[in-house]
Ligand binder design. Structure first.
Ligand code: UDP
Ligand code: XDX
Length: 331
């Protein structure tokens, strides 16, 4: 590990215990806070998450938004009944060609929220604790030099303490260590709980699909530098696990996200085939069914470049990093 990263870990790591609600209230001051839950088919869990945030963080959170990400169940109604402001992903910025995936939901949330700080959390978390959101808000409310804070936690799965985070361990962590060693200090680089200063989030592109977390880490590192990041140990997080098949498609999107940044940094040749197809197999009586899925990702430009969409924030990033070159991709 780079000595720079060791130093960063010492300086910029805190834990849930460092951010009790009274400390958050004191640190908040006039900073406005938005919480965003991207939700696709999360009717089983989204209601409890919304109610818990409303109950525990009402003195911190100024707006609580659920982005209904093309749910096929009644996620939107469940979230609204629990007290969230719900926006249908495809109805935000309707003049733009609608795209699919988590990153699209997160990017569009910037257009329907106004907080100086925006915190994100997955909506499939079981036994949700408000510290999963309060914890990542702490460093941003308390320290103006922090632009982005990510949760880290154990990932219990199938009875083992860290059986989860399968794509993190098999894909994201190796890629980060090989190509972006400054980010190697993130214990959970793909964690879905994080918070950022709007002034930073609206100046970086968002990759659609599951590449969004890796893309944000790489682009915010370029924009604001490692010391603008913080990490908060929040114990453990349990969520609805996806199948290995589904994680195969997720892994492909994270690889595409990495390729897109390596291309932009001139480290590899651009892929010429715009389609990104993944073939997988399912055992059937007579052999195997062949499943082919489109796993391509697209890129949304920094929200601040989208006419009439962003609310310029009063707080500029702590480092006037290079303007992020944004190649708007078709799709
Ligand atoms: O197209 C999508 C896919 C996922 N999600 C949400 O993003 C979060 C993380 O997604 P998921 O649980 O599928 O990923 P995992 O946590 O299993 O890696 C969850 O709240 C999903 O409902 C979304 O809003 N749109
Ligand atoms: O970390 C991971 O490997 C994946 C899958 O986790 P599990 O193996 O299902 O616990 O989960 C994360 O990855 C997604 C893609 O970045 C994020 O969107 C999720 O929020 C996060 O849970």
């Amino acid at each position: 590990m780079l000595s720079e990263v060791r130093g960063w870990l010492r300086r910029r790591t805190s834990s849930a215990a460092d951010w009790p609600i009274e400390a958050l209230v004191e640190a908040k001051g006039r900073t406005t806070v938005s919480v965003v839950l991207p939700a696709r088919d999360e009717r089983e869990t989204v209601g409890d998450i919304v109610r818990t945030i409303r109950r525990d963080l009402d003195r911190i959170v100024d707006e609580l938004v659920v982005i209904d990400s093309r749910s096929r169940d009644d996620t939107a109604a469940v979230a609204a009944r629990a007290g969230a402001d719900v926006h249908a992903q495809d109805e935000i910025l309707p003049h733009l060609c609608p795209l699919h995936g988590k990153g699209e939901a997160l990017w569009k949330s910037l257009a329907v929220t106004s907080g100086d700080v925006v915190a994100f959390a997955d909506a499939d978390i079981r036994r949700f604790r408000s510290s999963l959101v309060g914890g990542v808000l702490g460093p941003l409310l308390a320290d103006p030099t922090v632009a982005y804070a990510k949760a880290c936690y154990d990932r219990p799965l199938n009875g083992t303490r860290n059986g989860g985070g399968r794509v993190t361990e098999l894909v994201a962590r190796p890629l980060i260590n090989l190509h972006w060693p400054q980010l190697a200090g993130f214990v959970q680089p793909l964690a879905g709980e994080y918070a950022g200063r709007r002034s930073a989030l609206e100046r970086v592109p968002f990759l659609t699909g599951y590449g969004v977390e890796l893309g944000l880490l790489v682009d915010l590192l370029d924009l604001a530098g490692l010391d603008a990041f913080a990490q908060v140990d929040l114990g453990a997080r349990e969520h609805r696990p996806q199948s290995t098949e589904a994680l195969g498609a997720m892994a492909a999107q994270i690889m595409l996200a990495a390729w897109s940044r390596l291309e932009r940094q001139g480290k590899i040749e651009a892929r010429h085939d715009p389609a990104a197809l993944l073939t997988q197999f399912r055992r059937v009586e007579a052999g195997h069914d062949v499943l082919t899925s489109e796993v391509g990702i697209a890129e949304r430009p920094p929200m601040i470049t989208v006419a009439g969409a962003a609310r310029p924030s009063a707080h500029a990033p702590t480092r006037a990093g290079p303007a992020v070159a944004v190649a708007r991709r078709a799709g």
